[in-house]
Design a protein around this ligand. Structure first.
Ligand code: ATP
Ligand code: MG
Length: 429
């Protein structure tokens, strides 16, 4: 079947589902394959549960009148999403970067929602499946699409761009994340830069952080760009600290406005400014931008402040890499006076650079006085051999220790890769 033919089916059945456990009446089921499963095997079940059609790529699972046989289900999903996106012809904003994609995306979405009917990436569905699914949620009522694009391998952003075809682009920053998949920092840069190349290639507009020298370097040579930053940018704002929160004082064309937030972390300033800059570009009223940013609350332990038993805890256990951990520690130190406690979990997916990166974080901890530093996971355990910090093989062990030796007062930063499950700490303190 051609994409045009599949598109006709999609238009009458626009609800696309890839998980056979979540079938809804009249949906279009795409039988994707994973490492451990073959969606084709669930096609019959999906139809039985009410799916209108199942898109499959193995002939033996065909059900006459109910299945659509394609060469490759994943490619069909991506091609369909791309075709749909081109038919809609609406502006799409692509967001990538090493850190802060989801937060920035959500802030941008909150701001644009004040004026437009938008569809944006749900949660963290930012990969070769999530991006097409996001596009397929858009319809003729959608005015702007906001699409998060993640990458842990070379060329991935270029591939996602060829699906989503963004007209606007923003790279939040470029740091040392997913080094294992990329191999080097240079490759990370090249991969993210594919967004600039794509957007500028179609004469769209790129938004970039003027205070970030790596982005400055990458943007060089492209002309359709709008900068945001603390000075010397097209859109200027400055951070305002009000511990534990970070706010922004922003120069809108019609005057200065304070954007007060419930976000912690100095690094969130650039995320806020990016959202305000884009909102301003799309002519959202500054007061509406102020309200949108002020009402935004971070989810899933992304730099959330939790107060418990007299402790001020920054839960930042959603993910970690050397750049974001460094930013987190710096920000924590600038926000809270002693006594301060650090609970750090391993940074995963760093490949051969891993020992060095963990050591560098430990060196960074020596620059400030901490009441205690607790390290969780085999990578930190190994790196900390010459340090007098308490180490734990996993979060369970740390929790047992904390129950018997409670942290009495002060501020606590909890930061680590999701695999280390530091969110458990909240139950133990
Ligand atoms: P993922 O790769 O999982 O999609 P992401 O890029 O979407 O991550 P977020 O989920 O927005 O990033 O934020 C995750 C964590 O990254 C935050 O909790 C915070 O510690 C850190 N972070 C957020 N914004 C920035 C930033 N601008 N610079 C550095 N670190 C940041
Ligand atoms: Mg994300």
């Amino acid at each position: 079947m051609t994409i045009e033919e599949i598109y006709k089916i999609y238009l009458t059945h626009p609800m696309v589902i890839t998980d056979s456990r979540k079938i809804e009446l009249g949906c279009l089921f795409f039988a994707l394959k994973g490492e451990k499963f073959n969606g084709n095997k669930f096609a019959a079940n999906a139809i039985q549960k009410g799916a209108a059609f199942a898109v499959i790529d193995e002939e033996e699972y065909e059900i006459p009148g109910k299945t659509v046989l394609v060469k490759n289900v994943l490619t069909a999903l991506q091609d369909l999403a791309h075709y749909h996106r081109e038919q809609l012809g609406i502006p799409i904003i692509g967001i990538t970067g090493s850190n802060g994609k989801t937060t920035t995306k959500e802030l941008i979405a909150a701001v644009l929602e004040k004026k437009y009917n938008i569809v944006f990436t749900q949660g963290n569905f930012n990969n070769h499946i999530g991006v097409p699914l996001t596009l397929l949620q858009m319809n003729s009522d959608t005015e702007i699409g906001v699409v998060e694009m993640g990458a842990n391998h070379p060329y991935e952003i270029g591939e996602l761009c060829s699906i989503a075809d963004p007209d606007y682009g923003i790279i939040t920053n470029i740091g040392r994340a997913h080094l294992e998949g990329f191999g080097s920092f240079e490759t990370i840069k090249e991969t993210k830069a594919e967004l600039y190349k794509h957007v500028c290639g179609k004469k769209g507009v790129v938004f970039y952080n003027r205070d970030n020298s790596v982005l400055e370097e990458l943007i060089n040579g492209y002309s359709n760009k709008i900068s945001y930053g603390e000075t010397n940018a097209d859109f200027v704002g400055e951070p305002v600290f009000s511990p534990p929160y970070i706010h922004a004082k922003v120069n809108f064309p019609k005057g200065v406005l304070y954007l007060n937030t419930r976000l912690t972390g100095r690094y969130n300033f650039e995320n806020i400014l990016a959202a305000a800059c884009i909102g301003n570009y799309f002519k959202v009223d500054p007061l509406e931008i102020q309200e949108a940013v002020g009402n935004y609350r971070p989810q899933n332990n992304r730099s959330q402040l939790v107060e418990k038993n007299g402790l001020k805890i920054i839960m930042d256990a959603y993910n970690a890499n050397p750049t974001s951990m460094q930013a987190s520690i710096d920000s924590f130190v600038s926000m809270f006076a002693p006594p301060r406690v650090l609970i750090l979990g391993d940074m995963l997916e760093l490949g051969e650079k891993s020992p060095e990166e963990h050591l560098q974080i430990l060196e960074q901890t020596k620059k400030h006085p901490f009441e205690a530093v607790f390290l969780v996971g085999p990578l930190f355990n190994k790196a900390a051999q010459n340090y007098s910090y308490l180490t734990f093989p996993d979060s369970g062990e740390l929790c047992r220790y904390l129950i018997q030796n409670p942290i009495k007062a002060g501020a606590v930063l909890v930061k680590g890769s999701r695999g280390i499950q530091l969110e458990k700490v909240l139950e133990a303190v």
